[in-house]
Design a protein around this ligand. Structure first.
Ligand SMILES: [Zn+2]
Length: 381
């Protein structure tokens, strides 16, 4: 079954705190898109990755046996029926510890098998923060509609008829074309209509997870509509797309999604700049792997900003939770035996989710690269 974004968030938080009974949690992410021949390719991918990894890591026989039963669970799920619309499947297993979580998603995930001391939740967490729900306000002078778009597409549509259309419907049931256009040109009525659309929009934002709004209208109408909105509502409008009567609904949604992504990335660039400004001793900014991890360890981080493509290998200690980028023989904190991490930034993302920090993901942001690919804002300076 495909989960709602809220349900995925809940599962990720629980997984972030889950500790395996053996040495490792097994995480598998798979693309299950119908475009791939995934039912044939997934089992052989999983087997060969499993063998390669356990050999490279020198996994002990007893640990390998535990992991083998986790892998068997994954193979069993893969051979079951997966919801046809599912494009990405994530499985997090520690059979002995009683953990087996399954998340089906409406977007593809890279094929990956990870066996590490914690569940590797970063790919799903990224996907969630990038595919946020948003609202398209399709506005005209006398008849508008608000579309709530989630990961899947249009989830809800609210139509708002202008005052003239409403009155004429009620009283006469019909309107002559001439009267219709005469009324539609009356600015007062148009203004009233914009205000009503605004009120419906405010309610929709309050009732949904959506934070960003894209206006779809001819430019002049979009400008007047935005002017009619009060703050803070106007601040939610992040982009305008032009109205194209010939475009299909799905094309409009795709254009709007792209506009939201661009707006989001601009905001992330601004966030990175704010963090950079706050790097002084008195500021709230923190940057680079070690400092961000340090802030998390002290429970001081409020916002985590990571570069989507920044992955770096590292080490972690299952005993005390220490993590670092340089190879060590024994854990510098407790003397335990450290485990190798393919992606040490995944550990930072996991801790951030466990602590309820706001997770933001950026891509191609020069300032973020300058900050070392991972940065954040502290709760207090
Ligand atoms: Zn340790």
């Amino acid at each position: 079954m495909i989960d709602s974004a809220a349900e995925v968030r809940r599962k990720l938080k629980a997984l972030a705190g889950a500790k395996p009974v053996g040495g490792a949690f097994l995480t598998a992410t798979l693309s299950t898109s119908r475009l791939d021949d995934w039912r044939l390719s997934a089992p052989s991918f999983l087997h060969s990755e499993f063998n390669r990894r356990t050999q490279e890591d020198g996994t002990s026989r007893s640990d390998k046996r535990l992991l083998q039963s986790d892998l068997d669970y994954v193979l069993e799920v893969v051979s079951y029926e997966i919801t046809p619309r599912t494009q990405g499947l994530a499985l997090f297993v520690d059979d002995r510890g009683g953990h087996s979580e399954r998340i089906e998603l409406p977007f593809r995930l890279l094929n990956r098998l990870v066996m590490e001391p914690s569940a590797y939740i970063r790919p799903v967490a990224h996907a969630l923060s990038l595919l946020e729900p948003f609202v398209i306000a399709r506005v005209s002078r006398d008849e508008s509609s608000l579309l709530l778009v989630d990961e899947w597409g249009v989830a809800q549509e609210d139509d708002v008829a202008g005052p003239w259309l409403r009155w004429s419907d009620r009283e006469t049931g019909e309107v002559s074309i001439k009267e219709y256009f005469a009324a539609a040109r009356q600015d007062e009525l148009v203004e009233l209509h914009y205000k009503e659309v605004g009120a419906t929009l405010a309610k929709l934002l309050e009732a949904s997870q959506a934070r960003r709004v894209v206006v779809c209208a001819p430019h002049e109408i979009a400008t007047n509509f935005r002017r009619a909105l009060a703050q803070p509502l106007a601040g939610h409008v992040v982009a305008e797309i032009s109205f194209d009567a010939a475009a299909s609904a799905s094309q409009m949604v795709a254009n709007a999604r792209q506009a939201v992504e661009q707006a989001r990335n601009r905001e992330m660039a601004a966030l990175a700049a704010r963090i950079k400004e706050g790097l002084s001793r008195e500021g709230r900014g923190v940057s680079g792997f070690d400092d961000v991890l340090g802030a998390l360890t002290r429970h001081q981080l409020q916002v985590l900003l990571v570069d989507r493509n920044y992955r770096v290998p590292g080490w972690t200690c299952a005993g005390c939770g220490w993590a670092g980028l340089s190879e060590v023989e024994t854990c510098p904190t407790c003397g335990g035996c450290p485990a190798h991490l393919d992606d040490a930034v995944g550990e930072i993302v996991r801790l951030a989710i466990l602590q309820g920090c706001q997770l933001e993901v950026g891509e191609n942001i020069p300032v973020l690269e300058e900050l070392g690919g991972v940065a954040g804002l502290l709760r207090y300076s």
